[in-house]
Write a protein that binds this ligand. Structure first.
Ligand SMILES: *[C@@H]1O[C@H](CO)[C@@H](O)[C@H](O)[C@H]1NC(C)=O
Ligand SMILES: *[C@@H]1O[C@H](CO)[C@@H](O)[C@H](O)[C@H]1NC(C)=O
Ligand SMILES: *[C@@H]1O[C@H](CO)[C@@H](O)[C@H](O)[C@H]1NC(C)=O
Ligand SMILES: *[C@@H]1O[C@H](CO)[C@@H](O)[C@H](O)[C@H]1NC(C)=O
Ligand SMILES: *[C@@H]1O[C@H](CO)[C@@H](O)[C@H](O)[C@H]1NC(C)=O
Ligand SMILES: *[C@@H]1O[C@H](CO)[C@@H](O)[C@H](O)[C@H]1NC(C)=O
Ligand SMILES: *[C@@H]1O[C@H](CO)[C@@H](O)[C@H](O)[C@H]1NC(C)=O
Ligand SMILES: *[C@@H]1O[C@H](CO)[C@@H](O)[C@H](O)[C@H]1NC(C)=O
Length: 229
């Protein structure tokens, strides 16, 4: 969140079709060109942007070898958050957000087809391989997401087949407020320690009182003595 640079993916989704175009750029508040798009794949040699220093990387025709982790890096070594981009040569992809969704926001997932002639059909959406919903619109909206909505999603069209899975992550509202959480944790630990300490002290006192009873610590005798009057 406090990163000075934003990694922008156009079209803004995780999955892409082969032969489509993709633009990856690094944009900071100063419109500075000091950022370079970087990528990590299994096959580093195939990155056609690595030789062109600049804050935008345009790929005119994607291939499956463009699948990988992308991020922005400055000359001084600063980095943006990284994102996963996957390129498929199939007929169906899932349109899911590249960046984490903030808790409480809505999550829209869409099934997209290489052949734009979409036949009317009920599209099934899955989360972690379990059936979630079916929609004839090819789109579902998960209202006000929470941490439990995090997972691998995919969609399935009855004739065109299914998409690959993509990870959707949910960012908590407390993101970036770690110091407060640490303080809270420390104060809970301090309170708990004090409680344990007091309990131990009382237990020791009580044990001693029982183990070595003296004249002052015999309530029954005192009561007996009183009732005998
Ligand atoms: C933007 O430019 C100003 C002036 O050149 C500089 O002081 C500031 O650090 C820059 N900010 C970022 C995020 O690069
Ligand atoms: C950065 O560039 C965009 C478009 O070119 C412009 O609208 C914006 O005002 C610029 N921002 C700064 C801080 O220069
Ligand atoms: C990497 O890409 C090159 C060129 O596309 C190819 O010849 C080579 O086999 C690839 N290596 C791996 C490990 O995939
Ligand atoms: C990349 O593509 C976008 C539009 O898709 C265009 O506006 C931009 O100028 C291109 N940048 C480069 C460096 O080719
Ligand atoms: C990218 O994908 C890899 C492998 O599926 C996963 O381990 C990693 O957490 C993902 N990163 C992001 C930012 O989604
Ligand atoms: C989420 O969707 C619901 C229902 O469509 C709408 O009322 C609400 O304003 C949306 N919330 C956000 C944060 O967009
Ligand atoms: C889409 O449908 C139209 C009319 O049915 C047809 O002419 C066209 O070839 C189809 N396009 C593809 C890519 O199949
Ligand atoms: C959608 O899913 C429900 C529940 O699984 C099922 O009863 C219904 O037949 C499905 N609708 C379509 C059009 O497939």
């Amino acid at each position: 969140e406090s990163s000075p640079v934003s990694l922008i993916i156009r079209p803004n989704r995780t999955q892409h079709f082969t032969a489509d175009s993709l633009s990856v750029s690094c944009e900071d508040q100063n419109n500075s060109t000091g950022w370079t798009v970087r990528r990590y794949t299994d096959n580093e040699t195939s990155f056609d942007c690595s030789s062109v220093p600049g804050s935008t990387c345009n790929i005119s025709s994607l291939s499956t070898s463009h699948t990988g982790v992308y991020w922005c890096q400055s000359e001084s070594g600063g980095c943006s958050i990284s994102v996963n981009i996957t390129v498929h040569n199939g007929a169906v992809i899932l349109d899911s957000p590249v960046h984490p969704v903030t808790e409480g926001h809505n999550l829209t997932l869409r099934c997209l087809y290489r052949n734009p002639n979409i036949s009317e059909a009920s599209v099934d959406f899955y989360k972690d391989d379990s059936f979630l919903q079916n929609q004839t619109t090819g789109e579902i909206i998960i209202i006000s997401v929470s941490k439990s909505d995090e997972g691998f999603y995919h969609c399935k069209h009855p004739e065109r087949g299914e998409s690959q899975k993509s990870w959707v992550s949910v960012r908590g509202l407390s993101y970036g407020k770690a110091p407060t959480s640490v303080l809270k944790l420390l104060s809970s630990v301090a309170t708990a320690s004090l409680y344990v300490l007091v309990t131990i002290l009382l237990a020791v006192k009580c044990y001693r009182a029982r183990a070595e009873p003296d004249e002052d610590n015999r309530p029954y005798r005192v009561i007996e003595a009183e009732t005998s009057f």
